[in-house]
Design a protein around this ligand. Sequence first.
Ligand SMILES: Cc1ncc(COP(=O)(O)O)c(C=O)c1O
Length: 359
Amino acid sequence: MRPSKAIVDLDALRHNLALAARHAPDSRNIAVIKANAYGHGMIEAARALENDADALSVATMDEAVVLREAGIEGPLLVLQGHHGPDDIGEAAARDLWLMLHERGQADTLLRHSGPPVRTWLKIDTGMHRLGIPPGEAGAVIDSLLASAAVAGLPVLCTHLACADETENPATARQVEIFHSTVKGRSLPTSIANSAGIMHWPATHADWNRPGIMLYGSDPTNACPGHPELKAVMTLQSEVMAVRDIAAGEGVGYGARWVAEKPARIATVSIGYGDGYPRHAPNGTPVLVNGKRAPLAGTVSMDMITVDITGREDVRVGDPVELWGPNLPVNEIAACAGTIGYELLAGMTARLPRVFRPGA
Ligand SMILES: Cc1ncc(COP(=O)(O)O)c(C=O)c1O
């Protein structure tokens, strides 16, 4: 069998959640496991976190239904809320919490006549992607509080646009707008994502919403990142071929790497068909036998090539780490002009996930 796989360390996942709790001891944590738990495996992540997290959240109703079908029974928030009246019935039947982000969406819920649904209400404090404008929030909150379609108290929340930039004043502005919008309401609140939890104490509220930090990737994209975060995923493979090439010979599609002197190339069975970024340039680090070696040549769908010139130790079958505890995913992301989130969430279905400790 192909030796390429993503090893997913569920103890590290729980460790990172505990770190979120230590940063904000007065807040409850709703663990964000959307997009297949940022590529790690949504059902397994849910099972690993359901006892430690106060609630779980996903982006879509479809994701929430998958979790319910898998037997995940605890509090579960759908960050995009419902997409129509049918979703509301489904949410009520499956005991899902809906985040409302738009007036028309809230109105659809208010017309719902079945069993009531728990809600969160997103307020747009400056990200301008989703959320009720602050000037309209009061009326929507009043209508939710008065409605028989709404169970319990709505949680008032907002999402931060720039919290990963620890000097950016936009976060303080968002917090100020949020507080002035919810002032005088004795309702639960939620502001912080991972960067908020780790870097902006003023964003800590009744509920925090850690996502990327759970997976051990520093939310500021720093390398190596916060020393207490533990990488959850190790993307690993093995050397599948070793060859010597002459000076002047090119390697891979388009011959984008050319040997300046006689060179030795290791081929590794991982590619963009697995989620390894095609835009990773020559020189992107790869750990071969625990030592860094530079990527050499274009990333193919199923393989990469690595310059191991001068490395007498490397043999077919030797271990390769593409990212993980010894090579931060954020470093590879920086090489490829993207962020760790995209690389993790982009891991494809072809790549086997191996969970440790196993079930
Ligand atoms: C509404 C909301 N809250 C929380 C998160 C978690 O963010 P992060 O992964 O940066 O912690 C996300 C992620 O996109 C989100 O959309």
